[in-house]
Ligand binder design. Sequence first.
Ligand SMILES: [Ca+2]
Ligand SMILES: [Ca+2]
Length: 488
Amino acid sequence: MNFPPIRPRNAGSLHRGLLASAALLVLTAAPAPSESAPNILFLFLDDWRWDAAGFAGNDVVTTPNIDSLADQGTIFENAFVTTSICMVSRASVFSGQHMRRHGITRFNRNLDASQWQDSYPHRLGQAGYYQGFIGKHGLGNGFTSLYGTYAFDKGWNGQGSYFNQTIDGEGAAGRHLTEFVGDLAIEFLSDVVNPEKNPAGAPFALQISWKEPHVQDNPQGGDFLPDPEYDALYADAIIPRAKTDTRAQFDALPAFIRDSNAAGTHRGNHRFGTEERYQENVKKHHRLIHGVDAQIGRILAALDDPSGDGDTSDSLLANTIIILSSDHGFFLGERQQAGKWYIQEESIRIPMVVVDPRLPPGLKGRRAPQMVLNIDIPATILDYAGATIPAAMQGRSMKPIVDGNAPSDWRTAFLHDHPAVGGIVFHNEGVRTESFSYTRYPSNGNYRQLYDITVDPYQRTNLADDPRYASKLSELDELTNQLIDDAQ
Ligand SMILES: [Ca+2]
Ligand SMILES: [Ca+2]
């Protein structure tokens, strides 16, 4: 499978927000939402890499409901994250900010009250939305319940359990987590049309932060644990190894990443170290994604009949924006690694689909080449809601692109930076442009990686020490400095 082509675009400056002043943090009374304000359904997966879906060209994993959504929306073929790890990316998705600004670099830190004021859910609340959150917080401890934003607050702390999760006091009762979350989403949609729950008949916004296809953590390095209902799925498939899943590509990594205790190497060996383990684990990974797809099918049916009485006169489908994405990608054996954290494409690329059912047929089923980011999601949601985008947000609304009015000054590069975590994931920072990716590891002897994506999309040849690329390397090093300054 090839990475999608990248169309050269005009150079443009990155969108920059200003720090929120104290005056912006004052609460205002919630106005009644406008009659036409659309509902927002944000389907957000965990560690779901960009190409693990049928619509992205994967011919093993089966995602018919997701593919159907993609057919009705805009597929962003160059979607990335600014930091490839759960807590940082999730804080970015709520706040629209780079890690350098929101400062959430540890799992146990909440977005604080003043940060929450500039988050997309808080702003939707101010706009009168009836809101739900279901799934993995991925940062902090119970922060969704701290600020009174959600009428339907069904998050959990930590990584969650596929077979024994309790959510808001309710046990799994024999359900796999994927089905449990699907059931809660359907319950939320029935609340939306229940006058006792939503007396104002306000539009809804629901974020579902699925655990899938993240592993369930354990001391051995974590395992994929899909619903046994899908055990037969892909049983006869033979999944090809990634092009870079070779000893030579592993050996080309620096010693600190090859170390047997380093997270990517340790976990890669556990999950993919033999052909048998590779086949078993990638199939389980795909079954987790298929399970979400099946629940999305149920949720779309519930959108069409939220009361569940068989009568679709209460259908919400025609006025619901659907956004489908992930907190970052995942190595499935590339360079004999598992995980994320680094600037390689499999780690930083994400699926991104935006569906606006109100658009005419000519604006559906399109593929957009613009470089979009996880930090663009909250600005996009607020734009659809007709709410003001806080100045502190650094992302930019994707709505004009979906509407067929792509701005001419869209970004052509972005900063990826990542904190050190637990001595097994290494501090790295760099830049992805339309042609190159560049990373430096400031705490590891300033080890550097430079890849020419246009001729080497799988990043097999590190050009950092090639004298022919010395000026390119120093240009991108300087750009990284500039983007770090911009991102504060
Ligand atoms: Ca994640
Ligand atoms: Ca109904």
